[in-house]
Design a protein around this ligand. Structure first.
Ligand SMILES: Nc1ncnc2c1ncn2[C@@H]1O[C@H](COP(=O)(O)OP(=O)(O)OP(=O)(O)O)[C@@H](O)[C@H]1O
Ligand SMILES: [Mg+2]
Length: 453
C-alpha cells in the first residue's frame, strides 16, 4: 500500500534529519524550510497532514512567518491537518495557532513517540473527513430536487428541468404511471421564479366533467343548483404560481377549448360569469396515456396539444434507467427502515437479484410501496424476495394445483393492472381485455376490494 504523504516544515537542519529518520518508515516525507517551498509542495503533493515549526526564516525568532504559513496552508486546503511545533513553554502561541485552525500542537523538545501518535490520529481524522465529503458529493450528484437518478436518461431530464424552469412556457410531462411526473412538475416549480407562489395539482381523470369545470375555472354564486357561494377555481388560485394538470388526456372537448383560451390570452371566465379575469399561472401538464393515439382518435385537440407541449419531458420507465433501480431501492430501504423500524436493514443477495429481474410495471411508486411493505414485514436485519413479494413464479405456484396457480396468476395480473391505472376500473378492464362487469366479477371472485389502488 502506498504510504500517506506528510509534509514537515522545519528550518533546523538537525531536527529535519531527526524527524525524517524517525518518521519515514511510516510515511512518505516531504520537507520544506520556508513558507514558499511549503506551499509549492502543498500544491503539487496534497499531503493530508503537515507539521509546522512556528519559527521560520526570515524571522526564525518570531512566530509571524509561522502563523502566515498556517493561514496560507488552510487557505489552500481547508481540510489539511496542521500540527504546530512551538519552542519551549510557548503555550499561548500554541493556543493561538489552534484558534486559527491548527489541528494540534507539540512543544520542543520533541518526543518521537508523541509525534507519531498525533500524526497517526491526524491522518485518521483527515481520511474520515474526506470519505465523508466524497459520500456527500456522490449523493448530491444523484439527487435533484428530491428526484434520485444517476442514469444518463435522468441526467438529461435534470438538464431540461433546469432549462425550462427559468421560463414560463407550458411543459408536457409524459411517462408511465409512477415514473415521477408530479415530482418533476414540483421540481420545475421549485427551480422557477414562481417558487414562492402556490403549486396546485389537479387530477383531471379523477373528477367528473361537470365538477371539473368549476374546479378549474371557479363559479359565480347561483351558476348552477348548489352553487350557493362564489368559488375560485384552481387556475385563479394558482395566481403567481404553477398549476399542474395531471391526466390531461382525460379532459373533455369543452374543457379543452376553455383551457386553450386561457393558454392563448391568460383570461378565464368563471362558470356562470361574464367577466374576463386575467390570471398569471404557469401550466404544466402530464399524462401516462399514449397521447399520439388520443390525438389520432380525435379525442384531443391538436392546437391544445401544441400549446401544452412547447417543451415535452419524457420520463423513461424505471426498467430502462440503467443503475437507478438499485440506487432507488437502497435509498427507499434506508429511509423506511429508519422511519418505521428505527434501524437500518439491507437486502439479501437474492432480493437484489429479484429487484433487478422484476419489470416494475408500476415504476418508482411500485418500488416505493414494495420496499415499504417489506420493511414492515421483514423480521430481521435482512429483506428477502418474499418480504418484497418478488418470489419467482415457480416458487409462488409450485406445489399448488393448476386451479390455484391460475388464480394466483390472475390475481397478480389484476393487482398490477389496478396499480398501473390507479384503481380506475374502466381503464383496468380495458388493459386486461375484459368488460367492466367482467372485471367486477373477477374482483369478487379473487377477493380484491374495488378501491384497491
Ligand atoms: N426519481 C425518483 N426519486 C425518488 N422518488 C421518486 C422518483 N420518482 C418518483 N418518485 C416517488 O414515486 C412516487 C410516484 O411519483 P409521482 O407521483 O411523481 O409519479 P407520477 O408519474 O405522477 O405517477 P402517476 O402517473 O401514477 O400519477 C412518489 O412517491 C415520488 O415521490
Ligand atoms: Mg401523478
Amino acid at each position: 500500500m502506498e504510504k500517506d504523504k506528510l509534509l514537515i516544515i522545519e528550518d533546523d537542519a538537525e531536527l529535519q534529519t531527526q524527524m525524517k529518520w524517525g518518521l519515514s518508515k511510516a510515511y512518505q516525507i516531504f520537507q520544506a524550510e520556508d513558507r514558499f517551498s511549503a506551499l509549492e509542495i502543498l500544491k503539487n503533493e496534497h499531503p493530508l497532514v503537515i507539521t509546522l515549526d512556528l519559527g521560520l526564516p526570515p524571522k526564525p525568532d518570531s512566530t509571524e512567518e509561522g502563523f502566515q504559513t498556517l493561514v496560507d496552508i488552510l487557505g489552500h486546503d481547508a481540510m489539511a491537518k496542521v500540527i504546530v511545533i512551538t519552542g519551549q513553554h510557548k503555550k499561548e502561541n500554541a493556543l493561538a495557532a489552534i484558534g486559527r485552525g491548527a489541528y494540534d500542537f507539540l512543544s520542543k523538545p520533541l518526543h518521537l513517540e508523541d509525534l507519531r501518535l498525533i500524526i497517526d490520529r491526524a491522518f485518521y481524522v483527515a481520511r474520515l473527513e474526506r470519505e465523508h465529503r466524497e459520500l456527500q458529493k456522490q449523493v448530491q450528484g444523484y439527487v435533484f430536487e428530491k428526484i434520485l437518478g444517476t442514469s444518463s436518461q435522468m441526467q438529461s431530464v435534470f438538464e431540461t428541468i433546469d432549462k425550462v424552469a427559468t421560463t414560463d412556457v407550458p411543459v408536457l410531462i409524459l411517462g408511465e404511471s409512477g415514473t415521477g411526473k408530479e415530482l418533476t412538475a414540483r421540481a420545475i416549480h421549485s427551480r422557477s421564479a414562481r417558487q414562492k407562489g402556490p403549486f396546485l395539482a389537479i387530477d383531471c381523470g379523477a373528477i367528473p366533467e361537470n365538477l371539473l369545470e368549476s374546479e378549474l375555472f371557479g363559479h359565480e354564486k347561483g351558476a348552477f343548483t348548489g352553487a350557493h357561494i362564489q368559488r375560485l377555481g384552481r387556475i385563479e388560485a394558482a395566481q403567481g404560481g404553477t398549476l399542474f394538470l395531471d391526466e390531461i388526456g382525460e379532459l373533455s372537448p369543452n374543457l379543452q377549448a376553455k383551457l386553450l383560451r386561457y393558454l392563448q390570452d391568460q383570461q378565464i371566465e368563471r362558470v356562470g360569469g361574464r367577466e374576463q379575469i386575467f390570471v398569471d399561472a404557469r401550466v404544466l401538464a402530464a399524462t401516462n396515456r399514449d397521447l399520439d393515439q388520443v390525438l389520432k382518435d380525435g379525442r384531443f385537440r391538436e392546437d391544445l396539444y401544441y400549446r401544452l407541449g412547447v417543451v415535452t419531458i419524457n420520463l423513461p420507465p424505471l426498467r430502462e434507467r440503467e443503475g437507478d433501480i438499485l440506487l432507488l431501492a437502497k435509498a427507499f430501504l434506508q429511509r423506511f427502515s429508519l422511519e418505521i423500524k428505527k434501524r437500518s436493514k439491507t437486502f439479501t443477495t437474492q432480493a437484489i437479484q429479484a429487484i433487478e429481474r422484476h419489470a416494475w410495471p408500476g415504476n418508482i411508486r411500485e418500488l416505493e410501496n414494495r420496499v415499504k411493505r417489506a420493511v414492515i414485514m421483514a423480521d430481521g436485519k435482512k429483506v428477502t424476495p418474499k418480504d418484497l413479494e418478488l418470489t419467482s413464479s415457480y416458487e409462488r405456484y409450485h406445489g399448488h394445483g393448476l386451479k390455484e396457480a391460475r388464480e394466483a396468476l390472475e390475481k397478480d395480473m389484476v393487482m398490477i393492472a389496478l396499480a398501473r391505472n390507479k384503481g380506475h376500473l374502466t381503464r383496468t378492464a380495458s388493459e386486461l381485455g375484459i368488460s367492466r362487469p367482467g372485471l367486477y366479477d373477477l374482483l369478487d371472485r379473487l377477493g380484491i376490494s374495488r378501491d384497491k389502488g
